[in-house]
Design a protein around this ligand. Sequence first.
Ligand code: SER
Length: 323
Amino acid sequence: MKEIKKILVTGAVGQIGSELTLALRDKYGAEHVIATGRKTEPSKELKESGPFHFIDVNSVDSVEEMIKKYEIDTIIHMAAILSGVGEKNPMLAWDVNMNGTLNILNLGVKYDMARVIIPSSIAVWGPGTPSVAPQDTALHPTTMYGVTKVAGEILADYYVLKYGLDSRGLRYPGIISSETLPGGGTTDYAVAIYYEAVKNKKYTCFVREDTRLPMMYMPDCIKATIDLMEAPFDKLNRHNDYNVGSMSFTAKDLANAIKKHIPDFVDSYEPDFRQAIADSWPDDVEDDAARKDWGWDPSHNIESMTKDMLEKLQARHAKGELE
Ligand code: SER
C-alpha cells in the first residue's frame, strides 16, 4: 500500500470539504493538503491555513495542473451536485458527478495515486430497499444524484479491478455541521433547523415531522473518511460502497431535542418536492462491513450532537457570524 503524502481535496469549500480540509491539515501538515473549489469564495480560515486554488473538476487540465504542481498522490473528491439541486437540473448533476468522477479516476491511474477517495450517499437507495438498508441490497435510486452515486461506486470498483487503483468510498448519511451550510441536499433541514433555532427560535421544515432518515454529526463524518482512507488495503473486503451508520431520527425528534435546550422553539412543517426524495431513502443503515473491515465506530448521538451544535452556533451568533 502506497504512502499518503500530498492530498488534493476537490469541493473543499463545501459543507464537508471545508472541515475535512482543516482536519487533514492538522494531521498531514498544512502544505500537504491542497484545497480546491470551483466558484464559491473559501472562508478566511480555509484560505489562510494552506494552499487554495479554483479549479473545475470537469476540466481534466485544471485538475492535472494541480497534481503536477504539488506532486499529489491522493485525491479526495468531494465536489458533487446534491439531490435537491440535482432534481432541479438533472443534466448538471450528471455532468459534474459523472464526468468529474471519471476525470479523477483516470488521473488517479495516470499518476499512479496512492489513494482516491470518492464518497457516495444514502441516495443510492430507493424503492425495494428495506427500511434499515443492508450493505448489499437493491439499488434503485429515484434522483439523478442517486443515479450518479450508484454509477460512481460501480465505476470506481471497476478501476480497482481493471487498473489496480486504490479507490475507496463510503455512503454518507445526512451530515449535520455548524461551520459551512450544506449546498442543496434533501437532508439540509437537519442543519437549517439548528441555525433557525438559534437565530429566530422557529423553523418551518420542508419534510413531514415523521420523516426519518439516517444522519451523522460532522466529527464522525471526518473520522469515517480519514479512517477509511488510512485503513490497510488487505483488510478491505469491498471498496467504494461502505455503509456507515450513526443516528436515525425523525424531524420531530430533532425539534424535540432542540426544545430541551430552547424550550420556546417553535417547529412547523410544510413539505415540498424533497419529501418524495426523503421518502425514497431508508430510515437507517446496517454498517457491519465498515465496523469489521476498518473499525468504524461513531461517537455521537442526537443528544451530544444537539448540545454541541447549539453551543457552537450560539457562539457564532454572538459574534454576528450567522447573519
Ligand atoms: N445529504 C445528501 C442530500 O441530501 C445525501 O447524501 O442530497
